[in-house]
Design a protein around this ligand. Structure first.
Ligand SMILES: *Cc1c(COP(=O)(O)O)cnc(C)c1O
Length: 377
């Protein structure tokens, strides 16, 4: 039996991630592998840190890339900042808030969950009430752009409230980085993590993270060692840090070429320009969807431009519409998760996928598929 090389179909990725990868990034990935302690590779790692600081809008020294997907970045924030017995307030308005709670509990912490409706932003008043009721809480965690529901939360307000109760903040910026305004320093976020495959349009599997001095101080003053050896920031920073490099693990060398290129493209475009592009294409999509009778699930003012959660039109069959889009149009859109399964579609406009052409193609394909499915009945 002969097994052939895998040749993936050409898809237009307009789901919750991954987005289409920039051709320049795919090219960068194919360049020759060099040693991870090669001075040229170290130079590239340093440049990647500089680019990442721009993307996160931070001067944090501890800004680097965790060798794992967004979930590993999430885990690195929790394992370093949560110790057994710690009280952590988790604002949960979707799948990823739920995972934050899981992380807290697996670190031996006690999660105080502030539940918000799926499809709504995190309610700042509820957070304030929870912190008043739990003055022993030390950390507040929430998701900036909840990809599972399409809701965008007001980071600055939530961080201010957390700080007024002397809590550190962990913010999930997986879907927001590169797509929505985000400023780690201005908003004084203490720890944030992201992912490579959403608005950065790199391949999946890498997680940018950033920790400010207060977060690093808290890590230094831990009573117990970080339970994960691999994600212990004090060890990882010795690998990614300046000056001497200590071997920690072998960095995913080619994957980092790709991220370096993706970040270079973002910084060359200009962060603000990228935010404007995501917003403009979101507006174009919204208007075009409205014309074919498709409405948003999330109220105006709380929507993530790069992740459009829309209500299924009456009579549309969720699975068959999505499979026609994929099979006949090579177009991927996302299904709803959990309580939103069968109720919403999630149309991503992330990074390289966020173009006017893709908006038009998506709406045209959807219009045709919906008309065909109505005609069939
Ligand atoms: C995609 C995503 C993650 C997880 O990232 P993976 O790379 O799939 O592990 C976490 N949080 C949010 C908000 C996401 O959209």
């Amino acid at each position: 039996m002969q097994i052939h090389s895998f040749e993936p179909p050409r898809r237009i990725l307009m789901g919750p991630g991954p987005s289409n990868v920039y051709p320049e990034v795919l090219e960068a990935l194919a360049r020759p592998t060099i040693g991870h302690l090669d001075p040229e590779f170290i130079r590239m790692m340093d440049e990647t840190k500089t680019l990442l600081k721009s993307a996160f809008q931070t001067h944090n020294d501890v800004t680097m890339v965790v060798s794992g997907p967004g979930s590993a970045g999430m885990e690195s924030c929790f394992v370093n900042l949560v110790e057994p017995g710690d009280r952590v307030v988790v604002c949960s308005n979707g799948v990823f808030g739920g995972r934050m709670k899981e992380n807290v509990e697996r670190c031996g912490g006690k999660a105080i969950v502030v539940e918000d409706e799926w499809g709504r932003a995190v309610d700042a008043n509820k957070l304030d009430d929870a912190l008043k009721a739990h003055p022993d809480a030390g950390v507040v965690a929430f998701v900036h752009a909840e990809t599972s529901t399409g809701a965008l939360s007001d980071v600055q307000t939530l961080v201010d409230i957390a700080h007024s109760h002397n809590c550190l903040t962990i913010v999930d910026t997986v879907t927001s980085l590169g797509g929505s305004p985000l400023s780690v320093d201005d908003w004084q976020i203490d720890a944030a993590y992201s992912g490579s495959q959403k608005c950065l349009s790199c391949t999946p599997g890498l997680s940018p993270v950033t920790f400010n001095d207060r977060a690093m101080e808290a890590i230094k003053n831990r009573r117990t060692p970080v339970q994960s050896w691999f994600l212990d920031m004090t060890l990882v920073t010795a690998y990614w840090g300046g000056g001497t490099r200590a071997y920690h693990h072998t960095a995913p060398i080619n994957a980092l070429y790709g991220l370096h290129e993706a970040l270079r493209l973002l910084v060359n475009e200009g962060l603000e320009n990228a935010w404007v592009r995501h917003r403009a294409n979101h507006e174009m999509l919204r208007k075009a969807l409205q014309e074919i009778g498709i409405d948003y699930y999330v109220p105006e003012g709380e929507r993530i431009p790069q992740l459009n959660a829309v209500t299924l039109p009456k009579g549309a069959d969720d699975a068959s519409v999505r499979s026609s889009l994929l099979g006949d149009y090579n177009l991927e859109i996302g299904a709803g998760l959990g309580p939103l399964a069968g109720k919403i579609w999630r149309i991503g406009l992330m990074g390289y996928s966020c173009t006017e052409d893709n908006v038009a193609y998506c709406v045209d394909s959807l219009r045709t598929v919906l008309a065909e499915s109505r005609g069939a009945r």
